[in-house]
Write a protein that binds this ligand. Structure first.
Ligand code: ADP
Ligand code: F6P
Length: 475
């Protein structure tokens, strides 16, 4: 079997203690690598005054983890800069938050080159290389420059935006051209794939080859949709673990948690947290009888907090939650509990299971794994209801959720009322359908499909199409 080399900015090897850090990419890759005796390469999370290229190697649960420190200036221009002030906001349709500084792009290219040079000596002829996410789009180009001829694939965990947004980047052509150095380029949804193809056809005169691949910039790549999933079996297992049960039992015993709605997200402006709170406020306003009963538990660990847009959303949320609690709390009841911290996975599973409904309301999201984790944590006897934004990639698959437009406080409020009043038969019917999807399209299926395509299996891309109809809107 060929070795798999996974390359991602953030490297979070499984600790075995359920404490892996926050973010969909880390969760998915930890699960995917468990099966391969591969290498996981990326940033150590540390900075040094000067780049040394020194590799830190360790062996964690069958995976060789190889990391490298970043120079402080690189960290600012590449991670805080191009990745999180340019590509992240733009790819989540926030042109208003997008910074177009030239130095960020230069730092981005420099770090990709440095990563490629550091990784190069580890690559053996039969390895297949799988690069992840928007931080590392130029990796294959840099590896090819160093003579690497191995199969290299790329998977984008976030949305690929519409053509008109991509062209706002001053150097959009080299960025897209860099993707044509990969053998396979994967997106979360058909919508992202079509947006990418739209750019390739209309901006640079690219075309489809007879066998369905994309030709542009004098190169050919295979682009496809590979919707990511969770490790559903593992989630079902940890939901029954003693720690998850303890969390669940504590909540079930306490009347405050009886009608709990949960939200779990990195504190990010793309997650629609303000809109969610406004929807919850509307619900409290419209449903007087629910005011002393329904509680929102919002868990939102801080993320990228050196970036101004993240500091802004944090202070806006602090203000909004203060306002809502100020207006609707009683001496012995607070409608919103808000926690800026991360939890162990087994604890989260217990919290998910105790919640009557989950609010997953991103304004844009590549997929959203929290939606899938919530479903996987439910008990078939008494499942909770998933309320899901139509703008999450997950909405393309999870059609039995209550699908809402997060920009509408009324839709959020109506969906909450519908979820909390839903009878057991309907909850079970919806949950069974959702669970079937979460189990079938899990992280193993995602990994196996992508790796098969990367190895050149022609049947995979054809099989990987989603049902074309729009997600149904609630009511
Ligand atoms: P993103 O990748 O944008 O953060 P996803 O919803 O796809 O969004 O993935 C988020 C992942 O991070 C999920 O696996 C979720 O369980 C995890 N996570 C989010 N908040 C917390 C938290 N407070 N504690 C632990 N894990 C968290
Ligand atoms: O899943 C999207 C993603 O941006 C990952 O690439 C990343 O690891 C995760 O969210 C968390 O963000 P960060 O690595 O910036 O903390």
């Amino acid at each position: 079997m060929s070795r798999l080399i996974v390359v991602s900015n953030r490297v979070n090897p499984p600790s075995g203690k359920g404490e892996e850090s926050v973010g969909g990419l880390a969760m998915a890759l930890a699960a995917a690598l468990r099966e391969y005796s591969g290498i996981w390469f990326g940033w150590s999370g540390k900075t040094t005054p000067e780049f040394t290229g020194q590799l830190n190697m360790q062996r964690v649960e069958g995976v060789t983890v190889a990391t490298v420190d970043l120079e402080e200036g690189d960290y600012q221009e590449y991670y805080n800069g191009y990745a999180n002030k340019t590509l992240w906001p733009l790819f989540h349709y926030r042109v208003d938050l997008t910074a177009y500084d030239r130095s960020f792009g230069e730092g981005y290219d420099r770090v990709n080159k440095r990563f490629a040079e550091t990784l190069r000596p580890l690559i053996e002829p039969d390895d297949i290389i799988w690069v992840h996410d928007y931080h590392l789009i130029p990796m294959a180009r840099e590896l090819r420059r160093l003579g690497v001829t191995n199969r290299i694939g790329f998977f984008l965990h976030i949305p690929w935006p519409a053509h008109q947004l991509v062209v706002t980047l001053p150097r959009h052509r080299p960025l897209v051209e860099a993707l044509f150095h990969y053998d396979v380029v994967g997106f979360q949804t058909e919508e992202s794939l079509q947006a990418f193809e739209g750019y390739v056809f209309n901006e640079v005169g690219g075309e489809k080859t007879e066998d369905g691949r994309l030709r542009a910039f004098g190169q050919i790549t295979e682009a496809g949709a590979f919707p990511i999933g969770i490790d559903a079996d593992d989630f079902a297992r940890i939901t029954k673990s003693p720690r998850a049960m303890r969390v669940y039992d504590r909540m079930a015993a306490h009347s405050v948690f009886r009608k709990m709605v949960v939200g779990v997200d990195r504190l990010d402006y793309s997650k629609g947290l303000e809109e969610r709170l406004l929807g919850f406020e509307r619900f409290l306003h419209d449903h007087e009888d629910a005011r002393r009963e329904v509680m929102l538990l919002q868990i939102a660990p801080l993320s990228r907090d050196e970036v101004e847009a993240y500091q802004d959303i944090r202070s806006r949320l602090d203000g909004l939650i203060g306002r809502i609690n100020g207006a609707y709390a009683e001496m012995d009841f607070t409608p919103i509990r808000y926690l800026n911290r991360s939890y162990r996975r087994d604890e989260l599973a217990g919290v998910y299971r105790a919640a009557k409904a989950a609010l997953v309301t991103p304004l844009r999201d590549g997929m959203n794994l929290v939606a899938k984790e919530y479903v996987a944590s439910q008990n078939s006897e008494d499942p909770g209801v998933l309320i899901l934004s139509r703008f999450a990639g997950a909405a393309r698959q999870m059609k039995e959720a209550l699908i809402i437009n997060p920009n509408s406080p009324e839709e959020i409020s109506d969906a909450l009322a519908q979820a909390l009043a839903m009878d057991e038969t309907e909850r079970k019917r919806r949950w069974e359908d959702l669970m079937d999807n979460v189990t079938r399209q899990d992280v193993t299926a995602w990994r196996d499909d992508f790796v098969a395509a990367l190895k050149g299996d022609p049947t995979v891309m054809a099989a990987n199409t989603e049902t074309p109809d729009e997600p149904a809107v609630t009511t």
